[in-house]
Design a protein around this ligand. Structure first.
Ligand code: HH2
Length: 276
């Protein structure tokens, strides 16, 4: 099984690592660390050297309570770095929900578009359909400003997988082949700790949709609730969560700590019991 990702074709026979690079002042874990272009490029090179298979650049924080960012500001944060990194050996993903930025990012060499709002903005699927880029469709209940206020589901697994199935069908109807589609249940996006833990436990269910499955648990609040630690101190919990996600069916993990995750995945692969 492969993921078609722009000019790259990524094998899904081993779990892939998506390295997070937030070029924002306010992301909950790495906000404010990568603002100047040289800081961003240095970080991107480090993520590549540590073994990232994809680099995901985000110009708008989606943490609970985050305020939206204008198109102009998001372009200014994201495009210069993308232009410098797109010609390299690692596919670059852009984390955005804005169709106008999706189009510009693809024109500047992005290989993947990652949209936490599931391509629900008008024109979002159309913005990516004619390119060969991969897309990540994530589930979110509500919107970042208010999503953690009172999340509710009849059944977390069937509600999230029903939503993702509908979005995958809509993507296919827009001309996006399944080999380009990644799905993600959206840990922490309109979910309680219990919802997140159920999703992690039952992650393999999402494989039934026939798309690659991504899990993003890195440094998230649910790990803070479990360990009592601040975002910067959640490395061990994040690596553990990534391992559980892979053992439970994730084919890609979105992480801040690429080197640590890579080593842990190497141990898992050596044991050789990943049912991927
Ligand atoms: N989580 C975040 C952002 N983008 N994309 C996908 N596909 N899945 C996720 O779980 C996901 C995501 C939030 O984490 P982070 O980027 O570290 O923080 P912020 O949104 O504050 O920039």
């Amino acid at each position: 099984m492969f993921l078609k990702c722009g000019k790259f074709k990524l094998s899904l026979t081993r779990p892939l690592i998506m390295g997070v690079l937030n070029v924002t002042p306010d992301s909950f874990s790495d906000g404010g660390k990568y603002i100047e272009l040289n800081q961003i490029l240095t970080r991107a090179n480090a993520l590549t050297a540590e073994g990232a298979d994809v680099i995901d650049i985000g110009g708008e924080s989606t943490r609970p309570g985050a305020a939206p960012v204008s198109l102009e500001e998001e372009r200014r944060r994201v495009l210069p770095a993308l232009e410098r990194l797109a010609g390299g050996g690692v596919p670059v993903s852009i984390d955005t929900h804005k169709p106008a930025l999706m189009r510009e990012a693809i024109a500047s060499g992005a290989s993947m578009i990652n949209d936490v709002s599931g391509f629900r903005d008008a024109g979002a699927f159309e913005a990516v359909a004619d390119s060969g880029v991969a897309i990540c469709i994530m589930h979110m209940q509500g919107e970042p400003r208010t999503m953690q206020q009172n999340p509710h589901y009849d059944n977390i697994i069937s509600d999230v997988s029903g939503y993702l199935a509908d979005r995958v069908h809509a993507a296919e109807a827009a001309g996006i082949a399944r080999e380009r589609i990644v799905i993600d249940p959206g840990f922490g996006f309109g979910k309680t700790l219990e919802h997140n833990l159920t999703l992690l436990r039952e992650l393999r269910t999402f494989r039934a949709l026939g798309c690659a499955v991504l899990a993003g648990l890195s440094h998230k609040t649910m790990l803070g609730k479990i360990t009592g630690r601040d975002p910067a101190e959640r490395v061990y919990a994040s690596v553990s969560a990534a391992m559980i996600a892979v053992q439970n069916g994730a084919q890609m993990v979105r992480v801040h700590d690429v080197a640590a995750t890579r080593d842990a995945l190497a141990v898992l692969a050596a044991v050789g019991r990943i049912e991927n």
